[in-house]
Ligand binder design. Structure first.
Ligand code: ADP
Ligand code: MG
Length: 483
């Protein structure tokens, strides 16, 4: 960046996975036929009154505890007024000066070790409806509106401007998602919009303590887009400053197709929203006892789980990090471990073959066609010498493709390992006879030559020969062979 340093703060919205909406009984589910999960309350028809969903507060307290926040004993709701078609009441019920929680943090891994990122505040609010554009928001000839999402409970989690690179911003957003996912209060799916990231970014001369003028980027729909949008925006700002220009404080939108940020609207100030206390809802009083009760119900969180994997299972920190990046991966790993208690072996398969095939087929681990029981069965087949480690990968792929049990695959495809020494000896003699030069090399001390010969035996047995036996028989065969 030359002599400029980026400063980044993220505002993240997470939709809560409650049955009903925040202030009415309409379904809070994702999707549905447009404008079917609605009622007079979320449509803001005259005369209706909001009633707070207690589950929303419980979930918000869970998130606040998981993110090391202080929870307010007393907070209230406020109206944020603005006129936009996704908002039928013309105001959003949110929290302004007294949010539910403040002063939290989470930790990310950086090149220079662990770094703490401050969390300024967490508040509860209602989601707005969804506008459907043709193409992009800046070019669409008209927009359609779907109010199913109106009134779905949201957490807004605001970070301190503590990140210094797009990669740190990504690490923060991913860690936040993982923590929220572990608590089970949100799906945190960026592609379904249940996790939405707005990125605030400014640049300043390296060494400066003052903050530069920032822009806010919206419409960032993946972690990759977050990094790309920030990289673009940082470069844009630096170019303006180097040119002697000034940054305009504004809201911009990320255009994924063009790979650029574009101006969306000039920055609104808090007073533009005419915030005032929501008169239809009483303030929210949260007791210490209830917070403690919620705390006791919190599940194990990613950092704790990662430490446990190292401590209890003796896994390398790297493995532990990968296996605890999402709750589902960790749950799968532990399900396998209960059936086959060898952590490193299971870890290798989950991080290796399984991850590879899940990625290639774009499948979530929760929908893995290979069930933990099947992976454990396969590992036992290797231990018993029924299949070689190499063939096991073929079997695994077949189980993944068909969902059949490993035993059945091995039987159907004749993949049983060849341990019959007489049968192997015949093949080995052939290989020795066909490769006199390599055999001579081996005799002269070239260890690598043996590897080639083993490879030949494997080739003619289609990988089914037991490698240990082949190794021994080959050496014996070469020694016994008359020169
Ligand atoms: P706004 O007035 O736009 O609402 P806030 O102070 O509430 O600004 O901050 C919104 C987000 O922007 C927070 O995540 C904060 O960390 C971040 N932020 C604030 N100032 C800057 C800045 N100068 N550069 C980068 N990020 C910033
Ligand atoms: Mg703000």
């Amino acid at each position: 960046m030359g002599k400029y340093e980026p400063v980044i703060g993220l505002e993240i919205h997470a939709e809560l996975k409650t049955e009903s909406k925040i202030f009415c009984p309409s379904s809070a589910r994702f999707g549905g036929e447009p404008n079917t999960y609605i009622c007079p309350v979320c449509l803001g028809l005259p005369g209706v009154l909001p009633v707070l969903n207690k589950k929303v507060v419980e979930y918000a307290v869970m998130a606040a505890l998981a993110l090391n926040c202080e929870i307010a004993r007393f907070c209230k709701f406020d109206r944020k007024n603005y006129y936009y078609p996704d908002l039928p009441k013309n105001y959003q019920i949110s929290q302004y000066d007294l949010p539910l929680a403040q002063y939290g943090f989470l930790e990310i891994d950086t090149e220079n070790g662990r770094k703490r990122i401050g969390i300024t505040r967490i508040h509860i609010e209602e989601d707005a409806g969804k506008l459907l554009h043709q193409g992009t928001v800046t070019t669409t000839p008209y927009s359609l509106v779907d109010y199913n999402r109106t009134g779905v409970p949201l957490l807004e989690i605001v970070s301190e401007p503590d990140m210094r690179s797009p990669e740190e911003a990504r690490a923060y957003a991913e860690k936040l998602r993982s923590i929220i996912q572990f608590t089970g209060i949100s799906d945190c799916k960026m592609e379904e919009g249940s996790l939405r990231v707005d990125a605030n970014v400014s640049v300043r001369p390296l060494g400066s303590k003052e903050l530069g003028v920032k822009t806010e980027i919206k419409n960032v729909n993946s972690f990759r887009a977050l990094v790309r949008a920030l990289e673009y925006e940082i470069e844009r700002q630096v170019a303006i400053l180097k040119d002697g220009g000034r940054i305009v404080q504004e809201t911009r939108t990320w255009d994924e197709g063009k790979g650029v940020t574009l101006p969306l609207r000039s920055k609104e100030e808090a007073h533009d929203y005419r915030y005032f206390p929501e008169p239809d809802l009483p303030p929210l009083v949260i007791t210490k006892e209830w917070v403690e009760e919620v705390y006791r119900g919190l599940p194990e969180l990613p950092d704790a789980r990662r430490e446990r994997y190292v401590r209890e299972y003796g896994l390398p920190a790297y493995d532990a990090g990968v296996l605890t990046a999402s709750r589902e991966v960790g749950d799968y790993f532990e399900a396998c471990l209960r059936l086959y208690p060898q952590p490193k072996t299971v870890s290798n398969w989950v991080m290796g073959e399984l991850a590879r095939l899940l990625n290639a087929t774009n499948t979530e681990i929760a929908d893995s066609p290979v069930k933990p029981e099947q992976l454990a069965d396969l590992l036992r087949l290797i231990d018993k010498g029924v299949v070689s480690g190499k063939i096991a990968k073929t079997v695994f792929e077949e189980v993944f493709r068909t969902g059949k049990d490993p035993q059945a695959v091995v039987k159907e495809q004749g993949l049983v390992q060849i341990t019959d020494e007489a049968a192997l000896k015949t093949i080995i003699d052939e290989v020795i006879a066909a490769n006199p030069k390599v055999v001579a090399d081996y005799r002269e001390g070239k260890e690598k030559a043996l590897g080639f010969l083993i490879g030949q035996v494997m080739k003619s047995t289609k990988g089914k020969a037991n490698p240990a036996i082949v190794n021994r028989l080959l050496k014996e065969g070469i020694e016994n062979k008359e020169i």
